[in-house]
Design a protein around this ligand. Structure first.
Ligand code: NAD
Ligand code: ZN
Ligand code: ZN
Length: 393
């Protein structure tokens, strides 16, 4: 079959690889009909290459039709239409029972000290072949699927694999008071969808911050008030002005480790300035892995006693954090990979013909799988108005 493989930094190629097959009786094989590129794939494309091997199959946002199921898989049959969550979960452990599917104790990648195995996501998460391919082997298939009805186009459901539950969790974790205010940092697919969900759930005002003109425009078209990072040195001051001097009730960081610029640069300088060089230098170096601009901005922006919901991915081990400010402002902080199946029942009623969240028109591009190299490049560079790219195998 054809699959999108990682070959090196900024080098993905579509190659012929062996077809996946049932290896354990809890597996299924799914024929993929749509498969998205995600901002998380960009971390592998550029920053986290050290955790990848040449030939690894990428992708964690697929859907398709079940081809074959192992003898131990109940509740799933060939011909079923399914979306595959980005994480692999057993559905019957302590964590799964608690709705914490990204912490599944059956699939946790213990040798790396990480949570549940993820599709197409490097050694850090089990090096499981991903879904940007013609076929996908789905381990723990009794739980690792979301059944969807036949009929509507794939666009209606494909974001259940990641974007919708991730944005949903970001909003739940932000704990925005009814009629309250939230600032969403980053207006990629995750931030854009989080803004839509926040408005849908009754937030009073949703501010969106980014630096890409088309993304700001998209957010405005859906009722968000936007702040263009390129026009302001001090985004926190702008957002305080917009909220009566106080700052928004909640901030969602939908940027993560590859933040542009460093609106919180002053904080880093203050912290490292207080430390002896021998400690400060490695700290600064490490802060270079996680570019903490968005997170520092979130800490600065949120009102006292407010909540920060971190949904952008971070990977550093000793990132310097302004704990004094966090403690003094009494900030509530929640974060983590999205527990996809935890939110599906809440989201499904919104995937009807009235399409309140705009999923039918969410993709900016639908391209054949063979175009993946060009698609990755455009999505990373944000050229060609690339916003969300769906690949068709
Ligand atoms: N927690 C989860 O389960 C989960 C799931 C999916 C994606 N993610 C993460 O969410 C993040 C966003 O994903 P995406 O698909 O929307 O990616 P994306 O790369 O398209 O979006 C990031 C956006 O942030 C903007 N940005 C960069 N620096 C900024 C700054 N300092 N302030 C404000 N905006 C800034 C970029 O211009 C871009 O539009 C990524 O880190 C991704 O890995 C997390
Ligand atoms: Zn994703
Ligand atoms: Zn489990």
């Amino acid at each position: 079959m054809k699959a999108v493989t990682w070959q090196g930094k900024r080098d993905v190629r579509v190659e012929d690889v062996p077809d996946p097959r049932i290896e354990q009786d809890t597996d299924a094989v799914v024929r993929i009909t749509s498969t998205n590129i995600c901002g998380s794939d960009l971390h592998l494309y550029e920053t986290l290459g050290a955790f990848m091997d040449a030939g690894d199959i990428l992708g964690h946002e697929p859907m398709g039709i079940v081809e074959e199921v192992g003898s131990g898989v109940t509740g799933l049959a060939p011909g079923d239409r399914v979306v595959i969550p980005f994480q692999i979960s057993c559905g019957h452990c302590f964590m799964c029972d608690g709705g914490l599917y990204t912490q599944c104790e059956t699939t946790q990648v213990r040798e790396q000290g990480t949570g549940a195995a993820l599709f197409g996501f490097s050694k850090l998460y089990g090096q499981v072949p991903g879904g940007q391919a013609e076929y996908l082997r789905v381990p723990q298939a009794q739980s690792t699927h979301i059944k969807v009805p036949h009929g509507p186009a794939d666009d209606r459901f494909v974001y259940l694999s990641d974007v919708l539950p991730t944005a949903w969790q970001a909003v739940q974790y932000a704990a925005i008071p009814r009629g309250g205010t939230v600032a969403v940092l980053g207006l990629g697919p995750i931030g854009a969808m989080a803004g839509r969900i926040a408005l849908h759930q009754g937030a009073g005002r949703v501010f969106g911050v980014d630096l890409v003109p088309e993304r700001l425009e998209r957010a405005r078209a859906r009722g968000m008030e936007t702040v263009d990072l390129r026009e302001h040195d001090d985004v926190a001051a702008v957002l305080r002005d917009l909220t009566g001097g106080r700052g928004p009730d909640a901030v969602i960081d939908a940027v993560g480790m590859e933040a542009h610029g460093s609106p919180g640069g002053k904080v880093v300088q203050t912290i490292t300035g207080l430390l002896p060089d021998a400690i400060a230098a490695p700290l600064t170096e490490k802060a270079g892995l996680d570019r903490l601009g968005a997170l520092y901005a979130a800490i600065d922006i949120v009102r006292r006693g407010g909540t920060i919901s971190i949904i952008g991915v971070y990977g550093g081990m000793v990132d310097p954090m302004p704990l004094m400010t966090m403690f003094d402002k009494q900030i509530q902080l929640r974060m983590g990979q999205a527990n996809v199946k935890r939110w599906v029942d809440d989201i499904m009623p919104l995937l009807g013909d009235d399409d309140p969240l705009g999923v039918d028109t969410f993709a900016s591009h639908r391209l054949p799988l063979s175009e993946a190299p060009r698609a990755y490049e455009a999505f990373q560079k944000k050229t060609d108005d690339a916003f969300k790219i769906v690949l068709t195998p």
